[in-house]
Design a binder for this molecule. Structure first.
Ligand code: FMN
Length: 352
């Protein structure tokens, strides 16, 4: 049986998810911009959005960033249907505080909130704050204790926890979740430690866009790992270039690659500041792509029919949520909603 299939868009918390030099898409991370983008996405039929987390911009300290937790709370109040997923790096916020914030946004949004557990890769963000940057697997060990506490507290349970990092006595948060057992837990990361923790503690494993066979292997790997509760579900990030024909889409992709030549110095600096142990960057080094988090590596580039068929192929192996990037964002978010979503729904109905 095919999985459910939902489309989301990355909120423009970082101002852009592709070139920072596109003439028709200058980076803009303002609240005004992001709130307008997500309200329009909701009206167009997108069912989810992801707010990434950085405290300082990986493309440079001088670049604007939207704070994603306060942003998610505000979006909860000005939207009505769209799921809001907010990323969190455990080292930045104590789990009792974060669980309280998550329950508050769950309440404002009336049951539309999710957290995306991310493990940190941009060293200056943590090192220069004085928080420190533990080794890759130590960050995941910290995250394992952290998410256990957040899961229990957001489920309304009374928590006693004695771990290596946290000592919590008789803690309980009220009000609990009035809409479902607790907000959804996503986890995004590619390493062995990330996959093990996702299987153990996440509801949805979030993947960076990759070629079809690599995504199938990742899904099989995570799905077979031991876990409690219902089977894990899968989401994937992807940058889309959809046009009237395959040739037009390839021309547009070439144009986007040409524009992104100007981003090379910024990109080199960013990679130089990334944790060399982060699997995500090792995968990204395999091929050039447009967009972040795998970008065009998932090959959602082609005619409207081609892109719709590739989406259904990913869905058939278990990808339920497609979290999309575009450039320029507004025109292409509309184009995808007008031309690709209806094709996907039509093909699904025909197959049913
Ligand atoms: C869908 C998705 C979203 C992510 N969002 C963020 C984010 O908001 N902030 C961040 O610092 N890292 C983010 N990451 C990066 C990962 O959490 C992780 O730090 C990175 O993959 C390195 O860990 P790994 O070695 O397990 O791959 C994201 C990853 C994925 C797959």
């Amino acid at each position: 049986m095919a999985s459910p299939l939902r489309f989301g868009v990355w909120a423009l918390t970082h101002g852009s998810w592709a070139s920072r030099h596109h003439p028709l898409d200058p980076p803009d991370a303002s609240w005004k911009r992001v709130s307008r983008q997500i309200r329009e996405a909701e009206a167009l039929g997108y069912e989810s959005t992801l707010l990434a987390q950085h405290i300082i911009h990986p493309s440079g300290d001088d670049q604007d960033l939207l704070e994603n937790w306060t942003g998610a709370a505000a979006l909860a109040a000005v939207t009505g249907k769209i799921e809001l997923i907010s990323a969190i790096k455990p080292l930045l916020v104590h789990p009792v505080v974060l669980a309280k914030m998550a329950l508050q946004i769950e309440d404002i949004s009336q049951g539309r909130f999710g957290i995306n557990l991310v493990n940190a890769w941009y060293k200056p963000e943590l090192e220069r704050s004085g928080i420190g940057f533990p080794d890759h697997d130590d960050r995941y060990a910290y995250g394992r204790e952290w998410i256990e506490i957040v899961r229990e507290l957001t489920a309304g349970k009374r928590v006693d926890f004695q771990g290596r990092h946290f000592h919590i006595e008789a803690y309980q948060l009220r009000p609990g979740d009035r809409f479902r057992p607790r907000p959804t837990v996503y986890l995004g990361g590619e390493s062995e430690a990330a996959r093990a923790l996702a299987a153990e503690s996440a509801d949805v494993y979030f993947m960076n866009g990759q070629p079809f066979d690599d995504i199938r292997a990742l899904i099989q790997d995570v799905a077979r790992r031991p876990r409690r509760g219902p089977p894990i579900r899968f989401g994937m990030s992807a940058f889309v270039v959809a046009r009237g024909s395959d040739a037009e889409a390839q021309d547009e992709l070439a144009e986007l690659f040409a524009i992104s030549e100007q981003d090379k110095p910024t990109r080199a600096r960013l990679v130089g500041n990334a944790d060399p142990e982060a699997q995500m960057f090792r995968t990204a080094a395999k091929e050039a792509r447009v967009g972040t988090n795998g970008g065009t590596s998932a090959r959602l580039v082609g005619s409207y029919d081609t892109v719709a068929e590739r989406i259904l192929a990913f869905n058939a192996i278990g990808v339920e949520l497609f979290m999309l990037q575009f450039q320029p964002v507004d025109a292409n978010m509309r184009r995808f909603a007008e031309h690709v979503i209806p094709r996907v729904r039509w093909l699904q109905a025909r197959a049913a």
